[in-house]
Ligand binder design. Structure first.
Ligand SMILES: NC(=O)c1ccc[n+]([C@@H]2O[C@H](COP(=O)([O-])OP(=O)(O)OC[C@H]3O[C@@H](n4cnc5c(N)ncnc54)[C@H](OP(=O)(O)O)[C@@H]3O)[C@@H](O)[C@H]2O)c1
Length: 324
């Protein structure tokens, strides 16, 4: 098997390489690609050092089985179709193709079946969306979700390397802001992405559109507020859900326990505890009645929200299309 990682020097790219090794996916050939700035840098993979190469059209024509993209939207828009045309299955972390009708938007635990017989570009959803749908898909199957009101508390690593560097700089007294629109140290910023004419942000609309696409239900009413907080790794979400059918709270617990890669925890979980894990944790599930409930939902944004989901897509695609 031949794999290329495009954006290999970034937060998500480095984690994808790590998760590939952790999951024992050790291709016979692997290429690490990034911008010209990184050419020649070294990446250690499975005990061997590899030199980073510049992402170019030519290199993608070498015919990789899988190309994992995390090099930003414009690089994906330019290069992902070239890789797909060369016969590779492309797993793209950017938002470039997520809402294209012909492109599957995949969280393998929920709709991995879309990968059967599929070749071309597969989109990896937005980090906040992945962890939310993982915790809600069984509840939606069983009771039908009518409304979701969600406030996110998103780590600075969600903005990539530059987000972490900005927080660290500000912790040392430099108060300039460029990755975020206001100071993030000792503060929070209730805007992620650009604000559009209707007042919602682009990040908020990703949660609306992508959740409906993954759960295959355009009627779910979704009301997000996305907030950047001075946490390094781990996105948290306060989620209010209204269902179509009535439930007993124990039935919500049961649906959560039956959700793959989700842990219903009796203890409250905080970002420091989820950093470095591949599970989504739900705690503080509570209700006043039998149609609405609140919960606290939390996961590592770089792993569950990006790298691990991408590698899980690769693994599921392999399993479905290359039966042993
Ligand atoms: N961080 C998250 O939580 C998260 C979650 C889900 C999805 N994503 C998406 O994943 C992508 C990468 O995010 P990140 O957080 O890893 O960002 P990052 O830390 O800033 O890394 C960006 C990577 O892309 C490379 N790159 C940038 N422009 C390029 C170009 N023109 N050609 C080739 N390579 C280029 C960079 O290479 P150099 O090092 O050479 O500059 C670097 O390897 C983005 O599309 C982002 O929206 C991120």
């Amino acid at each position: 098997m031949r794999i290329a990682v495009a954006g290999a020097t970034g937060e998500v790219g480095r984690m994808m390489s790590q998760v590939l090794q952790e999951m024992g996916i050790l291709p016979s050939q692997i290429a690490f690609l990034a911008s010209a700035r990184s050419e020649g840098k070294e990446i250690l993979f499975n005990g061997k050092n590899y030199r980073v190469k510049e992402l170019t059209e030519e290199i993608l024509k070498e015919g990789f089985d899988y190309v994992l993209f995390s090099a930003g939207g414009s690089a994906s828009r330019r290069f992902a179709p070239i890789a797909a045309k060369a016969g590779s299955v492309v797993i793209d972390n950017s938002s470039a193709f997520r809402m294209d009708q012909d492109v599957p938007l995949v969280v393998p635990e929920i709709n991995g079946n879309l990968l059967r017989g599929y070749r071309g570009i597969v989109a990896n959803p937005n980090c906040s969306t992945i962890q939310m749908v993982l915790s809600l898909y069984r509840i939606h199957e069983r009771f039908g979700i009518r409304t979701i009101v969600v406030s996110t508390y998103q780590a600075v690593s969600g903005a990539g390397r530059k987000g972490i560097i900005e927080l660290e700089f500000q912790e040392k007294g430099n108060i300039e802001s460029s990755a975020f629109i206001k100071q993030i140290h000792r503060n929070l910023v209730p805007q992620i992405g650009d604000i559009m004419a209707d007042g919602f942000s682009t990040e908020e609309m990703k949660m609306v559109d992508e959740t409906r696409k993954i759960l295959d239900d355009g009627n779910i009413s979704i009301w997000p507020t996305t907030i950047r907080v001075p946490v390094e790794y781990g996105h948290s979400e306060s989620i209010f859900v209204e269902t179509r059918d009535p439930f007993e709270l124990e039935e919500i617990h049961e649906a959560l326990r039956n959700s793959e890669d989700v842990v219903l925890s009796e203890e409250m979980i905080t970002p420091l505890e989820v950093a470095g894990t591949d599970l989504t944790y739900v705690s503080r599930v509570r209700t006043f009645d039998n149609r609405r409930f609140l919960m606290w939902n939390i996961a590592d944004n770089i792993r569950v929200g990006a790298a691990t989901n991408a590698v899980r897509i690769l693994k599921e695609h392999l399993r479905l299309n290359n039966p042993a």
